[in-house]
Design a protein around this ligand. Structure first.
Ligand code: ADP
Ligand code: F6P
Length: 320
């Protein structure tokens, strides 16, 4: 394969730029032509495609977001819309495509490769870490570290005022950001969609700890685990202790990628181009036990994330 393209799709994630850089530089090193597609599938169906060179990705490795931009493109589920994407690629003589995104992006890639025979390699890039076949996705580690920064700051002010803090973090239907940040940040309670919780028990435990002299508590709430304001109001009413809420929001999706995400991006980008260069089958790349792996899209798209219940138990024990 001599000519390929790269795009980013779905929510942006720290490390996407480092990943594009790895794809571009590996392709050029293999004497392949490399093109960038703007705004994911939305840009692809409009033919927003430009040639990239080694300098296109200069000074990019440390930047959050994605310089190719990203978009949601709901109409991409329609096979006739996918046909426009295939035609756009063929107009440029592009034989293979690297897509960087999450499970939705991979569903689009599966359709495009199966319906139109385009060779596609998927790189997991999302802060949510919600893909079951891979231990980590590009962007997750940086996002968790950003949440840790928020937890540290919130601890200072909550402790000073004897308050309970409820911090909501992202993750869609996956509790990994909340779990990892909760354990690393020493949170007393971690509420995730994967594990049922009892608000009466939490309120009563907070009240008891207050009477023992522990006047500040940290609750981390994954966005998919319930309504922030309703939970806070309920706990406050039942415990009689002031609960302040913070939604960390989009701050956790931006920012300079850390070492773990840059290394993952480099390994994934390099591997994706190797596969296309060798005319390999369409697949998704992941990491298992620190080894880069490949998996057919059919095994990726519908697999729910296996939640780390052991780490959840550890969070509970350490919070006592
Ligand atoms: P992520 O890739 O991070 O999960 P989305 O769920 O928004 O983000 O998916 C990104 C894009 O992938 C969507 O905007 C759409 O263009 C495409 N996509 C999602 N689901 C499908 C599907 N079932 N079939 C085809 N394309 C899809
Ligand atoms: O997939 C990344 C993510 O930030 C999720 O954690 C969140 O649910 C969603 O994207 C938010 O999407 P949007 O950018 O469309 O508000």
């Amino acid at each position: 394969m001599e000519r390929i393209a790269v795009l980013t799709s779905g929510g942006d994630a720290p490390g996407m730029n480092a990943c594009i850089r790895a794809v571009v530089r590996t392709a050029l090193n293999n004497k392949m032509d490399i093109y960038g597609v703007e705004r994911g599938y939305a840009g692809l169906i409009k033919g927003e495609i430009t040639r990239l060179g080694t300098r296109s990705v200069s000074d990019m490795i440390h930047k959050g977001g994605t310089f190719l931009r990203t978009a949601r493109c709901p109409e991409f589920k329609d096979v006739e819309v996918q046909r426009r994407a295939a035609e756009a690629l063929s107009a440029y003589g592009i034989e293979g495509l690297v897509v960087i995104g999450g499970d939705g992006t991979f569903r689009g890639a599966k359709d495009l490769s199966e319906n139109f025979g385009i060779k596609i390699v998927g790189i997991p890039g999302t802060i949510d870490n919600d893909l079951s076949y891979t231990d980590y996705t590009v962007g997750f580690d940086t996002a968790v570290n950003s949440v840790l920064w928020a937890i540290n700051n919130l601890r200072d002010t909550m402790h000073s005022h004897d308050r309970v803090c409820l911090l909501e973090v992202m993750g869609r239907a996956c509790g990994d950001i909340a779990l990892y940040a909760g354990v690393a940040g020493g949170a007393e309670y971690v509420l995730v969609p994967e594990i049922p919780y009892n608000l009466d028990e939490i309120a009563s435990s907070i009240k008891k700890s207050y009477l023992r002299g522990k006047t500040s508590n940290m609750i981390i709430l994954a966005e998919g685990a319930g309504n922030r304001d309703e939970i806070a109001a309920y706990i406050q009413e039942k415990s009689g202790i002031s609960v302040k809420t913070t939604n960390f929001g989009y701050i956790q999706r931006g920012g300079s990628p850390n070492m773990a995400d840059r290394i993952l991006a480099a390994r994934f980008g390099y591997k994706a181009v190797e596969i296309l260069k060798a005319d390999g089958d369409s697949c998704a790349i992941g990491i298992k036990d620190n080894k880069v792996i490949t998996v057919p899209f059919s095994e990726v798209a519908n697999g729910g994330k296996k939640f780390d219940t052991k780490l959840y138990d550890i969070a509970h024990v350490l919070s006592l």
